[in-house]
Design a binder for this molecule. Structure first.
Ligand code: TRP
Length: 336
């Protein structure tokens, strides 16, 4: 197995939604098919332990996310698709990295600082109230995910850029302290990737609870699209496509010429009801086949397990010998 050209993790919390599709799944599915690249995609289930303490929910989310990625066309034979928790070398590397990561570096992590700021705002005596060591050292686990496969490029959302900087810091420190084993990974934030708006016009996100699940029933998909907020312009009045949530969602799915045509119809005046119905039909057409496959997979979770196990075997062809080198570099190996 070769070093990873691309690697990215998906935290197993929540149900996959349309925003995940255009932001992460669709580009990853494309890359997964490229025969000239080795790309790694994994379910970050150890990361999910930090926020969610419900075992049933964690399992359900892992199931839904893997079924969604497979149903949407991930080429799991060509890429490496696995569960973080199936790679024991990752937590082992995490500890080795933890022991050389400055606490001060972790003090600067945005997510940790935001939690402290929230406690201070609430007037709590303890600024670390409710903050676990998992949350605090989250970036080290993420560094281990990446460095374990010497990934060259890591496609992520903007909110993860700091974590990649920390990963590079940690890798450089290891290389300096022990042996030059790690590649310094590059962050890839694709500005052209669509960021989808949700039902209320804000970014579609689990935390805002404004999302449209990818694989709900057709009926529910329609119902949610009908709920998307619009302004009160009448059916024949000209409308501005660029400030419209419906249009921005349409644009994320449609071709350039379809988008141009739709913008024209906005300017001429399109009724909100018509637009919503057309948007529903457009998205439903795209999701219809994958939805069938998704439902099939959800009925046969052992098929998903099989795919993930194969992926873990491929990943470990790299991680087992590489961890061995790392252990040797730090002086943990046979005493003979
Ligand atoms: N922290 C990432 C997120 O919340 C998920 C993740 C975990 C990840 N490990 C990773 C992303 C390694 C890229 C590489 O989106």
């Amino acid at each position: 197995m070769k070093n990873a050209d691309f690697l990215t993790g998906i935290t197993t919390s929540g149900t996959p939604h349309l925003g995940n599709y255009v932001g992460a799944i669709r580009p990853a599915v494309e890359t997964s098919k490229n025969k000239d690249l080795v790309s790694y995609y994994f379910l970050a289930d150890y990361h999910s332990l930090i926020k969610n303490h419900d075992p049933g929910l964690r399992k359900q989310s892992a199931l839904e996310i893997s079924a969604a990625w497979i149903a949407l066309g991930l080429d799991y034979d060509n890429c490496v698709f696995y569960r973080q928790s199936d790679i024991p070398e990752i937590p082992e590397l995490t500890w080795i990295l933890t022991c050389m990561t400055a606490k001060g570096l972790m003090n600067r992590a945005h997510a940790y600082k935001a939690s402290v700021a929230e406690n201070e705002k609430q007037g709590d005596k303890d600024p670390d109230k409710g903050i676990t060591m998992g949350l605090f050292s989250y970036p080290i686990l993420m560094a281990a995910d990446i460095l374990m496969f010497n990934a060259a490029k890591v496609p992520v959302g903007k909110d993860q850029v700091q974590h990649l900087e920390m990963t590079r810091d940690i890798a450089a420190r290891f290389n300096h302290l022990y042996q030059k084993l790690f590649v310094l990974p590059q962050v890839v934030v694709d500005e052209t990737t669509a960021v989808l708006s949700g039902l209320d016009g804000r970014k579609m996100s689990k935390s805002y609870n404004n999302y449209i699940p990818l694989f709900d029933t057709q009926k529910r998909l329609r119902k949610l699209i009908m709920k998307i907020q619009t302004n009160s312009l009448g059916p024949d009045e000209p409308k501005d496509p660029n400030t419209c949530t419906l249009f921005s969602i349409y644009k994320a799915f449609a071709s350039e010429s379809e988008t141009r045509e739709m913008a024209e119809r906005y300017r001429r005046g399109i009724a909100w009801g018509t637009m919503k119905q057309e948007l529903f039909e457009y998205i439903n057409d795209i999701l219809e086949e994958p939805r069938k496959q998704y439902e099939e997979l959800m009925k046969n979770p052992s098929d998903i397990d099989g795919i993930l196990q194969k992926g873990a075997m491929k990943a470990r062809e790299f991680s087992v010998p590489f961890l061995d080198k790392i252990r040797t570099a730090v002086g943990i190996h046979s005493l003979g």
